[in-house]
Design a protein around this ligand. Structure first.
Ligand SMILES: NC(=O)c1ccc[n+]([C@@H]2O[C@H](COP(=O)([O-])OP(=O)(O)OC[C@H]3O[C@@H](n4cnc5c(N)ncnc54)[C@H](OP(=O)(O)O)[C@@H]3O)[C@@H](O)[C@H]2O)c1
Length: 334
């Protein structure tokens, strides 16, 4: 196995500086069979991406079950993160649940699918507006006491929710969308995490493939979730095509692919802000994983950063179908 640099998130949780996004082990952005999915996951871990991310809902448990096949023989090599909290429904109409009894039920279901006795990082996937976060995190903290969970995380929490949760139990990581074209987290969530010593796990760091060389709107087939996001509405894909071409030109000028520039931008920006990160791109294919690797040690110069600075303001279409579904609800209230 190749070793990648390690990063300390919060609560003394050490992970590989690049993780693997296990949503791609299901058919979310195009079909993948279980054999290919397991081969890609195995390749990612062999390449040093030992921080593996999943959730109870990815492929209705399929992602966790695929990961279990690798855990069966290599549990000690993997820093395993999973999530609870999205209680079902279609994208755009999803229920959330943060009740303590649900927390206790879901960890046991995830551990059963994963075939392990503990997860290293357990995230609340979405904050439940009807359950005080102190109650949910209190139940999560009991799982730490019980040995089922080693560290706690939150996904798409606002800065205020992060502070409240962190007061109940140390939060090791916040996982929220962050990329060169999705920078709303920089206004309050990232600074708060940095202040509290909480690490950050940027999800969709390639903006769901939009920042990669290979993306083409016609690849989005029936059943692909992306058209639910305004950025992937046909009119916005058309409006943003020139911006994407500019991004790929900048990548080429820097001697990088689009995916590499996207990841290198995150590492560079995190260094500037002073936050410890471990991005978790997803892919169905080993060759795409290989493409990410050089980015882990690539940092951009000031001129390249300056060229990329306006991209988030220029892109058309929000990253989410509903700002209340993301940490942007905290910015709206601020
Ligand atoms: N907490 C949350 O609410 C939340 C939400 C979304 C995602 N996540 C997590 O974050 C992970 C990553 O996010 P994501 O999957 O949404 O987005 P992403 O990593 O930004 O993009 C994944 C897409 O990029 C493509 N891709 C990756 N590398 C490529 C390359 N080198 N060349 C061309 N295409 C490439 C993949 O297609 P191929 O399969 O064809 O390579 C896939 O369609 C997920 O797997 C999941 O674990 C969490």
């Amino acid at each position: 196995m190749t070793a990648l640099p390690s990063v300390a998130l919060g609560d003394d949780l050490h992970v590989s500086a690049l993780g693997y996004g296990g949503m791609s082990l299901s058919d979310v952005y195009g079909p993948v069979d279980d054999e290919t999915a397991l081969a890609t996951l195995t390749h990612a871990v062999d390449s040093g991406l030992t921080f593996v991310d999943t959730a109870n809902i990815y492929g209705a448990g399929r992602s966790e079950r695929t990961i279990s096949k690798l855990l069966a023989t290599r549990r000690d090599e993997i820093t395993l993160a999973t999530k609870f909290g999205i209680a079902g429904g279609a994208i755009g109409a999803r229920a959330v649940c943060g009740r303590p009894d649900y927390v206790r039920e879901q960890i046991d279901l995830s551990l059963g699918r994963l075939g392990t006795d503990h997860v290293d990082l357990y995230y609340q996937h979405r904050v439940d507006p009807d359950v005080p976060i102190e109650e949910t995190v209190g139940a999560m903290a009991e799982l730490v006491q019980a040995g089922k969970v080693r560290h706690l995380g939150l996904s798409e929490a606002t800065a205020d929710e992060l502070r409240r949760a962190h007061a109940v139990h140390p939060i090791a990581a916040v996982q929220t969308e962050w990329s060169v074209v999705s920078r709303d987290v920089e206004s309050s969530v990232v600074p708060t995490a940095a202040e509290l010593g909480v690490g950050f796990v940027p999800y969709s760091p390639l903006s769901r493939a939009w920042l990669t060389d290979a993306f083409a709107p016609e690849q989005i087939g029936d059943g692909d979730g992306r058209p639910k996001f305004p950025r992937f509405a046909p009119e916005n894909l058309t409006a943003n095509a020139g911006l994407r071409a500019e991004f790929l030109d900048i990548a080429e000028g820097a001697g990088l692919t689009g995916a590499q520039l996207a990841l290198a931008w995150l590492y560079t920006r995190a260094d500037v802000i002073g936050i410890r990160i471990a991005p978790i791109p997803g892919s169905r294919f080993p060759a795409h994983v290989d493409e990410w690797l050089p980015a882990v040690t690539t940092r951009l110069d000031a001129a390249t950063l300056a060229l990329l600075e306006p991209f988030a303001a220029r892109i058309r279409g929000d990253r989410s179908f509903d700002r209340n579904w993301t940490s942007q609800r905290g910015d709206a209230a601020a």
